[in-house]
Design a protein around this ligand. Structure first.
Ligand code: KIV
Length: 276
């Protein structure tokens, strides 16, 4: 099967076929998502929350992202791999943004990058596109702006912010992004944006009318306890299963039940005897 391309994603929008996207941060999960036929694997900067244990995405560095993108790229044979540009990797200057986007392709093995923001990021996006690097946009509740938003809040509920989101989406479309993530946007607004832009929209907490959906893999697998956002559907509840397995391992080691004969390597008796 050939690798999913940005062109294929646009064709899917035209054919009204839904696009599937999930995050992954390591080789094993990338292999499983790739085998499941997920169109796009995003190495999200949600890495900061779900893998590195930070309470936001803000501390995540380019080196963190490249390290995990390389692992995912080694596992993804057919899915399109998108590297998420972390906080401050595209804000300081356009040349720095292009160089950092290039690292995802050259060192990370990704096929595209994603960055947060609308109208204010158009020049940066155009410069990255000039370097022949496909860009995915991301608007709505963009987690790197959490302090500016004053918390994690649904975006576009009033006239002013809804109109801004429509302007942002159109600006990204005109700039040449191949797709736009809409995060935590009311479903009717996401529908309107999806109708108005030429490229596929990928929703997360943006209702059923986007051209595709994305979720964080740890959320859908129920890999940790604690808060689960309203827009997440859990397809497995792995946390208690893992906890149970770890408890059983601990008990087996402590009681001597593990390792059993079948887990051990034998050697010839005469070799052993000569050692004494
Ligand atoms: O970092 C991430 O996981 C993301 C998705 C939630 C879209 O940006």
């Amino acid at each position: 099967m050939p690798r999913v391309t940005t062109t294929l994603l646009k064709e899917k929008k035209a054919r009204k076929e839904k696009i599937t996207m999930l995050t992954a941060y390591d080789y094993s999960m990338a292999v499983m998502e790739d085998e499941a036929g997920i169109d796009v694997i995003l190495v999200g900067d949600s890495l900061g929350n779900v893998v590195l244990g930070y309470d936001s995405t803000l501390p995540v560095t380019m080196d963190d992202m490249i390290h995990h993108t390389r692992a995912v790229a080694r596992g993804a044979r057919n899915s399109l791999v998108v590297g998420d540009m972390p906080f401050l990797s595209y804000h300081v200057s356009i040349p720095e943004a292009v160089r950092n986007a290039g690292r995802f392709i050259q060192e990370g093995g990704a096929q595209a990058v994603k960055l947060e923001g609308g109208v204010e990021r158009v020049d940066t996006i155009k410069a990255i596109l000039d370097a022949q690097i496909p860009v995915m946009g991301h608007i709505g509740l963009t987690p790197q702006s959490v302090h500016q938003f004053g918390g994690f809040k649904v975006q576009g509920k009033d006239m002013e912010t809804a109109a801004k989101l429509i302007r942002d989406a159109k600006a990204l479309d005109e700039a040449g992004v191949f797709s736009i993530v809409l995060e935590c946007v009311p479903a009717p607004l996401a529908r309107r944006i999806t109708e108005e832009v030429s490229v596929p929209t990928i929703g997360i907490g943006a209702g059923p009318d986007c051209d595709g959906q994305v979720l964080v893999i740890n959320d859908i697998l129920g890999l940790y306890k604690g808060f689960t956002p309203k827009f997440v559907k859990r397809y497995a509840d792995l946390h208690p299963l893992v906890a149970q397995a770890l408890q059983a391992y601990k008990e087996d080691v402590e009681s001597g039940a593990f390792p059993a004969t079948e887990h051990c390597f034998a050697m010839k008796e005469e070799v052993l005897e000569k050692l004494y």
